[in-house]
Write a new protein. Structure first.
Length: 40
């Protein structure tokens, strides 16, 4: 299992930072959306 994980990480290393940035953007949108009703 560890070798499979290592091979997956080496194959998708180019897009890993893009996936992390997308996940962070989704979290920001979620938090902003949850706080919007309190501002209105």
């Amino acid at each position: 299992m560890l070798t499979e994980l290592r091979s997956v990480l080496t194959r998708c290393r180019a897009t890993l930072w893009q996936d992390a940035a997308g996940a962070a953007a989704l979290m920001v949108l979620l938090v902003a959306g949850l706080h919007l009703p309190g501002l209105v």
